[in-house]
Ligand binder design. Structure first.
Ligand SMILES: NC(=O)c1ccc[n+]([C@@H]2O[C@H](COP(=O)([O-])OP(=O)(O)OC[C@H]3O[C@@H](n4cnc5c(N)ncnc54)[C@H](O)[C@@H]3O)[C@@H](O)[C@H]2O)c1
Ligand SMILES: [Fe+2]
Length: 382
């Protein structure tokens, strides 16, 4: 038996932020990305809370790939502020931090009971505002732990394009490719179902039309609004069907070398499509194709890449991913990221492969990888 539900109430469209002044709480704690505070974007939140007569405190110790010590600092802040609700504002790192803080505050009795959480994403990427995932990093052990529990689901999500206007092109590219990877991995996952597939298809359709537009022009409000929704749709998709080897491997690139999450996913994506489909540039046509190949073919068709036959259509998808990365000036391989030397990278491959196989995302990959498979892909992306 399977089930599908959307527990997070989603506010979107024009003036979605107005929801803040209607919140039925008197005291909230905001978990904010420092950029949101320093750029003054936070004023758009504060103004509305003040209009609603809501007292607030701000915790802004959010860093990319949130580490355990920042979660502990957030729990201390909860103990001091005693909020009735938490508001996360920022990219995936801020939202995941807030989820972690709420979870650990409960486990450590800093909160007597679970309090509501409102997530306001400021990147169009992770979909964390609607997922039961929170990715926390242990920097000493080089491990990124995806916590997975319905208890982590935000109560409400507010999607307002005003929050993503300032995202620079490089982050638009990284986070946009994260959305694409979510939608594709959810679509080919072993936990695939028709509900998640519908959400993935819509997200992919939007990405095909609006990601490059968002990258090229910050003021293209229409494109940014669409990508913000696509990010949420892809989040709902993978919240139902989970992800795959792409994320399992990308988490290690983040934990070891701080390669931004979406960039790591993008570098891996063409290789993972080839690996899962077993279609390379030398492949010949076959008499039968498995479910995964059919799914990749559908994705290509959704993007308007329908080509001569199944093999050429899947190849067109791989080429399109690389084309998008080039159009958005993204590195195509790890060496181009400038995050590590060849020696450092190759020395880490064995341990990264072990961790990728243990990562919760890898379990639902359509093809079960061996350690050698994972090592070979890590080598191929250098
Ligand atoms: N919980 C989930 O379901 C889920 C899914 C995928 C990824 N993740 C995690 O989310 C994290 C990545 O999140 P992300 O890609 O959103 O990046 P991020 O939150 O780490 O932010 C990246 C950078 O963008 C900046 N930024 C954020 N909003 C901005 C804005 N509006 N204007 C200008 N700059 C802005 C931040 O200050 C930061 O420097 C990783 O830790 C990843 O593992 C979580
Ligand atoms: Fe992701």
């Amino acid at each position: 038996m399977k089930s599908f539900d959307i527990r997070t109430k989603i506010y979107f469209g024009d003036n979605a932020l107005e929801r803040l002044q209607q919140l039925p709480y008197r005291n909230v704690m905001i978990v904010a990305d420092p950029f949101v505070v320093e750029s003054g974007m936070i004023n758009q939140i504060i103004r509305r809370l003040e209009r609603g007569g809501i007292h607030y405190t701000i915790f802004k110790e959010v860093v990319p790939d949130p580490p355990v010590d920042k979660i502990a600092a957030g729990v201390q802040a909860v103990m001091a502020a005693k909020p009735e609700a938490l508001i996360a504002i920022g990219g995936g790192s801020a939202i995941d931090s807030c989820k972690g803080i709420r979870e650990f505050a409960l486990r450590m009795d800093a909160l007597k009971e679970k309090i509501p959480m409102i997530a306001i994403p400021t990147t169009s990427g992770t979909g964390s505002e609607v997922t039961s995932f929170s990715v926390i990093t242990d920097p000493a052990k080089h491990v990124k732990y995806p916590l997975v529990s319905d208890d982590l689901l935000p109560t409400e999500a507010i999607l307002d394009v005003e929050m993503v206007r300032t995202v620079p092109p490089v982050i638009t590219a990284d986070t946009g490719m994260d959305v694409l990877t979510h939608a594709i991995e959810a679509y080919v996952s072993t936990e695939y179902n028709e509900f998640s597939a519908a959400l993935s298809e819509k997200a992919i359709q939007i990405i095909g039309v609006y990601l490059l537009r968002s990258y090229l022009d910050n003021n293209d409000t229409h494109a940014r609004t669409k990508m913000h929704v696509a990010s949420c749709l892809a989040g709902l998709a993978f919240n139902s069907s989970n992800l795959g080897l792409n994320h399992g491997m990308a988490h290690q690139l983040g934990a070891y070398f701080h390669i931004p999450h979406g960039r790591a996913n993008a570098i891996l994506l063409p290789h993972i499509v080839e690996y899962n489909s077993e279609i390379t540039k030398n492949s010949k046509s076959r008499t039968e194709y498995d479910h995964t190949v059919r799914c990749y073919e559908n994705i290509a068709r959704t993007l308007g890449l329908a080509n001569f036959n199944t093999i050429t259509t899947v190849r067109a998808l791989v080429n399109w991913i690389q084309f998008m990365m080039q159009e958005m000036d993204m590195p195509l391989c790890v060496s181009q990221t400038g995050k590590c030397t060849k020696e450092e990278y190759f020395a880490a491959i064995d341990a990264m492969a072990d961790s990728a196989l243990l990562d919760g995302c890898t379990a639902t990959n359509p093809r079960r990888p061996t350690k050698q498979d994972v090592v070979d892909i890590y080598k191929a992306i250098w």
